[in-house]
Design a protein around this ligand. Structure first.
Ligand code: PLP
Length: 388
């Protein structure tokens, strides 16, 4: 087995760090007694009606290359779906389908980020956002959201002060992985206005826009931007329709950008399997009841978790307003990686260390509560001696 790390040709690749979440999970390889709450995905498989749509397409022989921007029926279905949710007037020409939200992010960044650009990013955040930019030679400046009175908050002045003449883009993931924080409409308007004044890009990751507890969908930049704005909005089928393994996402962008995205898509993935895209159309057209039922399950899990954490004086749990993550602080924990490994070894519960989401996540742990309440209860019982 190769143990030495060979120096990659490009320094930005050589400088990449492995995911701390994977590092914790790797310590449990071979163990079958784990309650895995470390990764961010729904616990149930994709609904059958979505799977059936893909099976039918395979049986029909839809196995050929497809257009780089996605099949027009899916792009149109995405525009219709978004227009209904946000009262927008998007057309298929605003939409590029990608093989995952992750690829949407990479393609978006490849379109607009140059070597040496600074990207200002709201943090803690899913590590793939900054890393995908760093591969391209961008420098990352983090602006922290902070837990105040049991709620996560972003100080917009801090965000704006972090931007200077080297800033190429503001990157924001709302609703946010790992904290469940989300921007409100007026905050989004101010951020967009700032990007306009500075003539910088806005890259918004909105993959959790349907996993929200007090409304049908989270506030989005989508109903605030115009064709003249420099924006790229990332979304995915993974979380809303339990389709993590399918690898299907999309970018919403000004129409004038689509020909650039099309070329970047050509040289990255050259189209997506048609049955996957057809499954996506079915999810959009028939998946609302599934989303509603999922939210009710997650809500029950969140309530159970909140009640259990309230009994643990060392635990501080700022309430998530969206997503299916509990990002909680444990008094006395200064090395979240070591603590997550300890929890795993002693209790069999798999958590993600807060440090994986940036230096300002240190001291926290992330637990994905897209799980049955009974399983969560068992996990909490097992962890209580370590959290007490
Ligand atoms: C904030 C955020 N953006 C994007 C993604 C990418 O999702 P996918 O590549 O599965 O579509 C994830 C996945 O965890 C995420 O948490």
């Amino acid at each position: 087995m190769l143990t030495m790390r060979i120096r990659a040709t490009r320094p930005t690749v050589h400088a990449l760090q492995p995911s701390l979440i994977r590092k914790v999970a790797n310590t449990a390889i071979g163990r079958s007694d784990i309650i895995p709450l470390w990764f961010g995905e729904p616990d149930r498989p994709t609904p059958r009606f979505i799977r059936d749509a893909a099976k039918d397409a395979i049986d029909e022989g839809q196995t050929f290359y497809q257009p780089n921007l996605g099949i027009v029926e899916l792009r149109q279905a995405l525009a219709t779906y978004t227009n209904k949710l946000y009262s927008t007037e998007l057309s298929a020409d605003n939409i590029a389908v990608t093989p995952s939200g992750m690829t949407a992010l990479s393609v978006a960044l490849q379109c607009v980020v140059s070597q040496g650009d600074t990207l200002v990013i709201v943090s803690p955040v899913w590590p793939n956002l900054p890393s995908a930019a760093e591969i391209l030679g961008a420098r990352i400046k983090r602006v922290s959201i902070k837990a105040v009175d049991n709620q996560w908050r972003l100080d917009l002045d801090e965000l704006f002060d972090a931007c200077d003449n080297k800033t190429g883009a503001i990157m924001v993931n709302s609703p946010n992985n790992p904290t469940g924080w989300m921007l409100e409409d007026d905050e989004q308007r101010r951020i967009l206005e700032f990007c306009r004044e500075r003539n910088i890009w806005l890259i918004a990751d909105e993959v959790y826009n349907r996993i929200v507890y007090d409304r049908l969908c989270a506030p989005s930049f989508i109903d605030k931007v115009t064709e003249e704005d420099k924006y790229l909005i990332i979304n995915s089928f993974s979380k809303s329709w339990a389709m993590t393994g399918w690898r299907l996402g999309w970018i919403t962008a000004p129409r004038s950008l689509l020909s650039s995205i099309e070329m970047v898509a050509e040289y990255n993935f050259s189209s997506i399997f048609a049955p996957t895209q057809i499954a996506g159309i079915t999810a959009l057209q028939e998946g609302e009841a599934f989303i509603c039922a999922s939210i009710e399950r997650y809500r029950a899990a969140l309530n159970a978790l909140t009640a259990a954490f309230a009994q643990l004086p060392r635990v501080t749990f700022p309430q998530p307003r969206a997503t299916f993550y509990a990002f909680f602080e444990v008094d006395g924990v200064s090395d979240s990686f070591a603590f997550a490994v300890d929890v795993l070894n002693k209790t069999g519960v798999g958590l993600a260390p807060g440090a994986a989401f940036g230096p300002n996540g240190e001291g926290y742990l992330r637990l994905c509560y897209a799980a049955d309440v009974a399983l969560l209860g068992r996990a909490l019982d097992q962890m209580t001696p370590l959290l007490n």
